[in-house]
Structure formats: C-alpha cells, structure tokens
Design a protein around this ligand. Structure first.
Ligand SMILES: Cc1cc2nc3c(=O)[nH]c(=O)nc-3n(C[C@H](O)[C@H](O)[C@H](O)COP(=O)(O)O)c2cc1C
Length: 316
C-alpha cells in the first residue's frame, strides 16, 4: 500500500525511504508511540510518514522496575528495559491493526542472541503486515541491548544471520549515538545488506539523587534522549551521509531531540531522508503535525519542488 497521497499534505513533502513511499519525512520513533495505533487519539496517523513500533523481543518482557523514566535538564532519561508483549502476542493482536491504520508501520526488533533476532525478524517479515523492520542493536537498557551494535565485526555477524531471513521487508539498522567510529559502523551495516540506517538510539547516561545518594533510575543507568542529544546526532548524520550513505544510496532516518521543524530541517540538511520524533511525543503527542507544517513552509521558502532536494544540502 502507498500512503504518499495523504489528504492535506503538500506533495512536495513526499519522500521515498528504502522502497516505502512516505507522505512526509516525519516518523514516530520506536518505544515512544506504543505498538501501532496509540498515537491515533492525538492525531490522524495519516498525517505522518510512518510510525515505529515498540521493540519486540522473542519472549514477553516486563521491563525494569520503577523509576524507569525521569526528566533531565534538556530531555529525559529512560530505562524502560524493552518492556513488550513478545512476538507471538504482537503478531496476533497488533499486526492486524497495521492495514488501515493510515500510515506505514516499521516493526522494531530486538533480541538477546543472534537466534532471537533471526526468530523475531523472520516471524515479523513473513506475517505480511509490515514493509520494514528496524533492527535495534543499540538499546542501553538491557544487559545485551548494545552488544550487537558495539563494533563492526559483531554487527556484521548479526546481519549475516538476519539478512537472509528478511525477504519481504526492507531492513533498517538502528545504531547508538556513542559509537567510536559511526562511519565504520554504518559501512558495516550497509555492506551487510542494511536498506536504511536509523541514527540514533538514546545516549547511555545516569542521574543521582543527592539526598538519598541513590541512582534515580532503578536500573542505575539509562538512555538520554531529547534536545540534549540533537547536535550529537546532527554530526553523526552529517558524517555518515557524506562519507558512506550518499555514495551507497542508503537513506538515513535521523532521530534525536526533534521538537520543532527547525530541528527536522537541520537533520535533512545534514543528510536525513526521514526524521524521527520520540521524546517530543511525551510533551505533545500531536507535535509531529506542527513539524510537518513547518517543513512544508521551509521547503517552499527554500524554493525547491521536493523536500528530497534538500537532503544533505548543508553548505560544504
Ligand atoms: C521512553 C522511551 C522508550 C524507548 N524505547 C525504544 C525501543 O523500544 N526501541 C528503540 O529502538 N528505541 C527506543 N527508544 C529510543 C527512541 O526511539 C529514540 O531513538 C531516542 O529517544 C532519541 O530520539 P528523541 O530524542 O526524539 O527521543 C526509546 C526512547 C524513549 C524516550
């Protein structure tokens, strides 16, 4: 199904992301908008390009004990711990909602072992409801969450197993913001068959209550998201686009602290085709519509006929 002609959205915002025709570049980020239709109470889902599900694992997970979300000065810290219903229930109860929800749904997949990634990705791929799978190899909130995205060799290993198991869906790979060499990681993902790169997950972080001397999150540490990480991700997107993704023709979804259309526009100029919003949804779940409208005004002011003409167009 093609959602690129969503009602009321200027055609100039249409974009193509690894074979998916999006009505605009704005995408709700994994873990911040439920499974499929949780945002529908706040806005028509057809007003954004896509939504991403909570990361799904092989078995259900209760996640971490409270506190698992706390505010930070310029964002928030979370240690949700991949709480989710597990793949069997997800396919039975949530996948049927995808058709007719009004936008593309990207299924986020996580695991503790390579076998887990393969099992969940192939089950999601073969159910027929999804057009894209996002492999979360960068979650800071479980014991193994970051292992498979820790270095290029391990990333290649997990993709060597998952890529052949995903035959219907496009395969996106979601990386961390604290990679030593983001370009080498992106290169490894692309060489191993990634159809798009999602940059980035949350930044490992910690907060301490000085009265009790206790870490403020039950898991002690968590992931920082929101405006604090935005400039970090702008740099990563810029470098990955300029040094590997542009030449390879592999699109980037940039995620990190997008609250306004200016934040989204900055990501697009750095090299992003899609722009994710996560923390902003906790402040105003309808904020993606504001960003979409702002992007349309910006694209017109930049005198382009398509937003895609602005991808990577930061002055060199
Ligand atoms: C409460 C919360 C839960 C999240 N859960 C997931 C998840 O299940 N899978 C995933 O890939 N990313 C998850 N993320 C990371 C977001 O998708 C996003 O990459 C990150 O928050 C940065 O974007 P933002 O600054 O717009 O929030 C979560 C983020 C938050 C704040």
């Amino acid at each position: 199904m093609c959602y690129k002609y969503a009602v009321g959205i200027p055609e100039m915002l249409q974009t193509s992301l690894a074979g998916l025709d999006l009505c605009n570049p704005v995408i709700a980020a994994a873990g911040t908008c439920g499974y499929v239709d949780a945002l529908a109470d706040a806005m028509p889902l057809s007003s954004i390009g896509a939504i991403t599900t909570k990361s799904i694992t092989r078995e259900p997970r209760p996640g971490s004990a409270p506190w698992r979300i706390i505010p930070a000065r310029a964002g928030m810290l979370n240690a949700i711990g991949l709480a989710n219903m597990g793949v069997a229930r997800f396919l039975a109860e949530e996948a049927p909602k995808v058709r007719g929800c009004g936008t593309h749904v990207i299924a986020s997949v996580a695991g503790h072992t390579i076998d887990d990634y393969v099992a969940v990705a192939s089950a999601v791929d073969s159910c027929g409801a999804f057009r894209a799978i996002e492999l979360n190899v960068s979650c800071p909130n479980t014991s193994t969450g970051r292992h498979f995205g820790a270095d290029p060799a391990t990333l290649r290993e997990v993709l060597a197993a998952v890529r052949p198991a995903v035959t219907h869906c496009a395969l996106f790979v979601k990386l961390a913001p604290d990679m030593v060499d983001p370009v080498a990681m992106a290169d490894a993902a692309i060489a191993s068959g990634a159809n798009a790169l999602t940059l980035c997950n949350t930044m490992p972080a910690m907060a301490i209550d000085v009265a009790t001397r206790q870490p403020r999150l039950s898991r002690r540490q968590g992931g920082l998201s929101g405006p604090a990480i935005h400039p970090i991700v702008v740099r990563i997107v810029h470098d990955v686009y300029a040094r590997v993704a542009r030449t390879a023709g592999v699109p980037i979804i940039a995620i990190g602290g997008v609250f306004s259309w200016e934040d989204a526009a900055e990501f697009i100029l750095a090299g992003a085709t899609g722009v994710g919003m996560g923390t902003a949804l906790f402040v105003d779940p309808a904020s993606p519509m504001r960003v979409v409208r702002g992007l349309a005004r910006w694209a017109r002011a930049q005198q382009v006929t398509s937003i895609s003409q602005l991808v990577g167009q930061v002055t060199q």
